[in-house]
Design a protein around this ligand. Structure first.
Ligand code: ADP
Ligand code: TRP
Length: 336
């Protein structure tokens, strides 16, 4: 039986946060450890430059994201671990896929629609004001990432489901029009995990500056947790899980039984301050050993680079084979 392929990437636009961890990094590493899987995990730096035009941040983030994957237990012997920009084949595939993707499909992509809506809300006459082509066609690049390595499962947070569906759509279109070369991917969502909310009440996201960074010191971590929004209910007053985003974070780091116990404690009037202490301790218990590994890796960037280069070598050899087949299928090959 052929092995199942798991693939996912994280954009290099900031320091990884709790949302990235529970939505993508932790499930991907768990999946990668299963027998009968082959995993492809990568740093999406060409996706990074879509949203972030700060070269220093992109560069620093690349190191932080790589160190995070490794600190969280990615085994580079078992997983093909690489940086997107080290695999130029992905960009060649991106162009070929661009040529078969309907513009209407891209018009429907959430990220583009949100940017348009933002312009309309601001009363901009041109709905495309300051929207770049990178943002518009970003689902195609993501499709190239996924199809290049014939991924079956793509573990992502819920906000990315639409993009994986688009990848399926585009793969189907290519297979139908030219040749059955692509595997149709499926998004894999960790059912126990909701999209975590950030410190300002919006989705926790590197782009919003509202995150709880994954590997800040224990003290800073507790400080960030203390900033999570709660309501004005006093200690002793019954509280509901949906009254503060801290509940979903707690849940993402707990077993079902622990979550049930925490729900009961809130209902029994646990003070928000106490709830935050419990959450801080819970996070620290899971993250402390990984934080130590992270700090060692961050102090040794050349070691990370060596690992990435070895990963790129493996990934490129494989990408080349499929890309040659794809090029041939569309009529691009040497004259004989
Ligand atoms: P960000 O929005 O912080 O830039 P990315 O777009 O790089 O995050 O997302 C990397 C992965 O982390 C994706 O699979 C995404 O779905 C997941 N993810 C991002 N933010 C969250 C969140 N707040 N809760 C759960 N998963 C998230
Ligand atoms: N676009 C994804 C995000 O912002 C990151 C990403 C890029 C990705 N390419 C991918 C995720 C391929 C899964 C598969 O979260």
């Amino acid at each position: 039986m052929s092995k199942k392929r798991v693939l996912t990437g994280v954009t290099t636009t900031g320091i990884p946060h709790l949302g990235n961890y529970v939505g993508a990094i932790r499930p991907a590493i768990r999946a990668a450890r299963q027998e009968n899987t082959e995993s492809y995990l990568f740093l999406a730096d060409y996706h990074g430059i879509i949203k972030c035009h700060d070269p220093k941040l992109i560069h620093e983030s690349t190191q932080a994201v790589a160190a995070t994957w490794l600190a969280c237990g990615l085994d580079p012997e078992r997983t093909t671990f690489y940086r997107q920009s080290d695999i130029p084949e992905i960009l060649e595939l991106n162009w070929i896929l661009t040529c078969i993707t309907a513009k209407g499909l891209m018009n429907r992509a959430h990220a583009y629609k949100a940017a348009v809506q933002d312009n309309l809300d601001k009363g901009q006459e041109d709905q495309d004001h300051q929207i770049e082509m990178g943002l518009y066609s970003y689902p195609i690049l993501m499709t190239a990432d996924i199809l290049m390595f014939k991924a079956n499962d793509v573990p992502v947070g819920r906000d990315q489901i639409q993009h994986v569906e688009m990848a399926r759509d585009i793969a189907g279109r290519f297979n139908h029009r030219f040749k059955e070369l692509f595997v149709l991917p499926e998004a894999k969502i960790d059912e126990g995990v909701e999209i975590l909310v950030g410190l300002d009440g919006r989705k926790m996201s590197k782009s919003y500056g509202n995150t709880i960074p994954l590997f800040e010191s224990e003290k800073k971590l507790q400080k960030s947790v203390n900033k999570i929004v709660t309501n004005l209910k006093e200690p002793g007053e019954p509280k509901q899980p949906d009254e503060s985003p801290l509940f979903e974070i707690y849940k993402a780091f707990s077993t079902a039984q622990e979550t049930a116990e925490f729900t009961q404690m809130l209902a029994d009037g646990l003070a928000w301050g106490e709830a935050k202490k419990l959450l801080g301790a819970k996070l620290n218990a899971e993250l402390a050993p990984q934080r130590e590994r992270y700090e060692t890796l961050m102090a040794n960037p050349a070691d990370i680079e060596d690992i990435l280069q070895a990963g790129a070598h493996k990934a490129r050899a494989e990408a080349r084979v499929l890309l040659d087949q794809v090029r041939e299928a569309v009529g691009i090959s040497r004259l004989k």
